[in-house]
Design a binder for this molecule. Structure first.
Ligand code: GLY
Length: 580
């Protein structure tokens, strides 16, 4: 690995400024000696840290953090959505040393078959309103995690979220910029103001929301109190279930009480792979994250080997990683789906011979022509999804990513209980051959079916060192850019020994094979190589179609350092860690 360390430093050091409109976070923040939570909102990080101080473990902290994010990042994630959680117990007094992956992704209601969206009269049916909504998994997933792997009770872990919902929280810049861009859509479609009235008034303050305004969600506080008191039943079989079914039906959807009652989480093993001496614990399908990361890092290493003897440069490094990403995203489009429903050939995809064969087509001088699929439209500037990381005083770790998909999900609120329902069904191959909201074209393996979970890019990841100790907990929000940005921040730490803040501040790039565009954050356009040539010009000369993108993903990261746990939220979303 020492061979490529200086290269990676060459790539990112000149681009250490940040995405347009973001102020880089201080690289001098001291580490947390014992335990820490890094989440997208300070109230959520503090909710988790409160559990850690009370003696709770990483899972208790994760559950408290997630419920608090449901309140403070209501456009990204929450009780109307679903997610994935990777847990690693490190010589824990109760659980010993073991790893677990929890899949609480939304499922398609029983009425949703492969042609459901093809037959829909409305082209926005998979993204907007009642028909876009998958059966939420978040509450089931969090309560399962708490019951099986936590130590505290429901009332304790839900208390900070209930406080935040009942007393309110101040809208920050990320909240306001998201709310204003959604409000602009409501202005273009004034009927949304009636159709999604609770969103318009409670979340968007009728389009007038400003930084510092108090957002109170007493209705969500009521939902959280019911969950604290009655557990999973309150959500899947009680008053909240009634309100969800009512909201979905009133807006043309078909979710039933039976769909909600039938919801089950899946406990499984993380997908594990090695990169140099490190061991990655990642999420298996229906997340595409683990497979794509394993393929990308395996190919990247081979591509770098193929550049040996050529002058090293930033452009070559970006090229080598981009070519790996293009292979991984092409396979994502073709092969991945929910393994409960379709055959997903993970072993073939990660097989050494198969990676060797793919890498053999790598040309250090140019990129290859794109396939015939995919849209050239850039993916949306999406504020859905939220990632958080936890490490407790025993060194146990949780990485979790949760989402309601696009900003404010389907936009369909459950007004009695103050939250938005997801539009996760758009992550299926809703319209075959047509790219989804993230520009992803996907195969028949990912067609909708009753009870099936849509393919996801969410990539909660834990990295262990050769001694089995947790060294990194990471992940991101941002559709397919999740996979790329999670790889990039991890490489920053592993190959350049960067601090969490440096890794977070570094400018990013992203390629998802289709559309055939290499997206780069603005600072890249000023970076020159040793000969004074702009890196983007070098990449263009190799055949890459380089395009500027203001901000790529919103990550969170915890890193083991000599002085404790070094953690950072992403300045692109205003995340701040908390711990002790
Ligand atoms: N909803 C975005 C994802 O799961 O990838």
């Amino acid at each position: 690995m020492t061979r490529i360390r200086p290269l990676w430093r060459t790539v990112l050091a000149p681009a250490a400024a940040l995405c347009t409109g973001c102020a880089a976070i201080s690289p001098d923040a001291p580490p947390f000696p014992h335990a820490v939570v890094a989440a997208d909102h300070i109230i959520a990080s503090r909710a988790g840290a409160e559990m850690l101080r009370k003696g709770g473990n990483a899972v208790d902290a994760a559950v408290a953090t997630s419920f608090a994010l449901s309140v403070t990042r209501p456009y990204s994630c929450g009780i109307g959505g679903g997610g994935f959680m990777v847990i690693h117990f490190n010589d824990d007094p109760v659980h010993g040393t073991r790893s677990i992956a929890l899949n609480y992704r939304e499922t398609a209601p029983a009425a949703i078959g492969p042609d459901y969206f093809v037959n829909a009269d409305d082209p926005s049916a998979s993204t907007l309103g009642g028909r876009a909504v998958g059966v939420p998994g978040n509450v089931a997933g969090l309560l399962y995690a708490l019951e099986h792997f936590g130590t505290l009770d429901r009332q304790t872990v839900l208390a900070p979220a209930i406080r935040a919902a009942a007393y309110g929280f101040e809208a920050d810049e990320n909240y306001v910029s998201t709310a204003r861009s959604v409000a602009a859509r409501f202005d273009e479609h004034p009927e949304f103001k009636r159709r999604f009235a609770y969103v318009w008034t409670a979340f968007l303050h009728s389009g007038e929301i400003r930084v510092g305004d108090l957002v109170r969600l007493p209705e969500q506080a009521a939902a959280l109190r019911l969950i604290a008191e009655h557990g999973r039943e309150a959500f899947y079989d009680g008053a909240i279930a009634d309100a969800i079914v009512r909201a979905v039906h009133a807006d043309g959807g078909s979710m039933t009480h039976d769909d909600l009652r039938a919801y089950r989480i899946r406990q499984t093993q993380p997908l594990t792979f090695r990169f140099a001496s490190w061991r990655f614990l990642a999420m298996p399908p229906p997340s595409s994250g683990g497979v794509a990361m394993a393929q990308t890092l395996g190919l990247f290493t081979r591509h770098l080997a193929a550049t040996r003897g050529r002058p090293s440069s930033s452009a070559m490094f970006v090229h080598a990683l981009t070519e790996a990403l293009k292979h991984a995203f092409a396979d994502r489009a073709e092969w991945l789906g929910d393994p409960d429903f379709v055959d997903v050939p993970i072993h073939q995809l990660l097989d050494r011979a198969s990676l060797d064969a793919m890498a053999s087509s790598f040309d250090p001088a140019r990129t290859h022509e794109p396939g015939a699929y995919g849209s050239r439209a850039p993916p949306p500037d999406d504020r859905g999804t939220s990632h958080y990381c936890v490490v407790d005083a025993h060194g146990n770790a949780v990485a979790a990513t949760e989402t309601i998909n696009l900003s404010f999900g389907s936009r369909l609120p459950v007004p009695e209980f103050g939250f938005c329902l997801n539009n996760q069904l758009d992550d299926f191959t809703a319209l075959p051959g047509v790219p989804n909201a993230f520009g992803l074209t996907q195969s028949d393996r990912n067609l909708p079916a009753p009870g099936k979970r849509p393919l996801s890019s969410m990539s909660p990841t834990i990295v262990l060192d050769a001694d089995g100790r947790v060294v990194i907990v990471a992940g991101a929000a941002g559709g397919p850019t999740i996979i790329t940005s999670t790889i990039e921040i991890i490489l920053e730490v592993l190959l350049s020994d960067s601090t969490a803040a440096e890794a977070m501040n570094a400018s990013r790039f992203h390629h998802q094979w289709a559309p055939d565009v290499l997206y780069m954050e603005p600072e890249w356009f000023d970076v020159r190589d040793a000969n004074g040539v702009l890196v983007v010009d070098r990449l263009s000369a190799m055949g890459h179609r380089v395009q500027r993108r203001d901000s790529i993903a919103a990550a969170n990261l915890i890193r083991r350092s000599a002085r404790g746990w070094d953690a950072a939220g992403d300045p692109r979303k205003g995340g701040v860690p908390a711990g002790y």
